[in-house]
Ligand binder design. Structure first.
Ligand code: BV8
Ligand code: ZN
Length: 247
């Protein structure tokens, strides 16, 4: 247990990566907690273009259930600690999340990059109609369709799909600016198993830019050896303490 404070001094830049584990204490299921299955399907199968093509009804049921759960959830102390940290650091902080639940924004974070998209936006599965805000649920039947006739889909990055270059570009830009500034850089991963790329590779990118790396997680993550410090425990308790925000 490496219990200390994350060193954030004058000028320090902080890149944070969060995963499903940061929302666990808000009552939202993680991906690999329940064995990575949903209604008996591997998540990778349901959260994929192939899964959507094969059974759009099942996939919409999956996302409708998650939209309802996210709407009923509240941000927890870990989300709030990151929002407070942003108030102090401003553009010296960037929060990259794999989560699609929208809880960081509801906790007050503004500098958030949702690299896997969000439950709260929908887009057409075929035409170039821009994604639009959408909190509808339950989602069908009948399944929602675009004016072009094609099925609508969640504006979420599924397995086997590319991440939005605008999103990944913001992360790379932040790391480059940090290196140019010559200021210390800290990378903090919270509540992620380090399974899914390219997000799981951000710790390596941060190290390549000179970052001191911290992992706050309940279990050892797959890419744990890449972290200088590992603090095991529930993010809602550990993170505020590590950030000196535990009152
Ligand atoms: C890509 C949106 C280029 C959906 C998600 C074969 C074919 C095709 C692709 C691949 C392939 N093999 C590998 C790949 C690449 C693939 C990948 O990495 N697969 C993995 C499974 C091996 N990646 C992709 O496909 C990405 N795109 O690579 O494009 C490409 C294109 C074509 C072909 C090849 C490459 C797209 C990835 C994005 C997928 N979409 N989400 C949705 O949310 O419904 S990923 C999904 O997993 C979520 O975003 C989730 O956040 C993410 C990662 O999971 P975690 O967040 O880490 O959650 P997990 O449950 O795993 O862990 C939770 C952790 O929290 C645990 O460690 C636990 O201990 C901890 N915890 C629990 N409670 C707490 C806690 N910690 C602290 N406090 C607590 N209280
Ligand atoms: Zn359309």
């Amino acid at each position: 247990m490496d219990e200390a404070r994350i060193p954030i001094g004058e000028g320090t830049r902080v890149l944070v990566l969060t995963g499903a584990g940061i929302s666990a204490e808000s009552g939202l299921a993680t991906f690999r907690g329940g064995g990575g299955l949903w209604e008996g399907y591997p998540v990778e199968q349901v959260a994929s273009p192939e899964g959507f093509a094969a059974d759009p009804e099942l996939v919409w049921r999956f996302y409708s259930m998650r939209r309802r759960a996210a709407a009923e959830a509240e941000p927890n102390a870990a989300h709030r600690a990151l929002a407070t940290l942003e108030e102090g650091l401003g553009d010296r902080l960037l929060l990259v999340t794999q989560n699609v639940d929208g809880l960081h924004a509801r906790a007050g974070s503004r500098r958030v990059v949702e690299v896997h998209g969000t439950l709260w936006r929908t887009r057409c599965s075929r035409c170039l109609r821009p994604p639009f805000d959408d909190a509808t649920e339950p989602l069908g039947p009948p399944l929602p369709r675009c004016t072009c006739g094609a099925l609508l889909r969640p504006d979420i990055v599924w397995f086997g799909e590319m991440l939005d270059p605008a999103a990944t570009g913001r992360v790379e830009g932040f790391l480059r600016a940090a290196r140019r500034s010559g200021a210390p850089l800290v990378f903090v991963a919270v509540g992620t198993s380090g399974n899914v790329y390219p997000a799981a590779g951000y710790v390596h990118a941060a190290r390549a830019h000179g970052a001191e790396t911290w992992l706050v997680n309940l279990d050892p993550a797959l890419n744990a050896t890449s972290f200088d410090h590992i603090v095991t425990g529930p993010a809602g308790e550990v993170l505020p303490r590590l950030l000196g925000l535990d009152g």
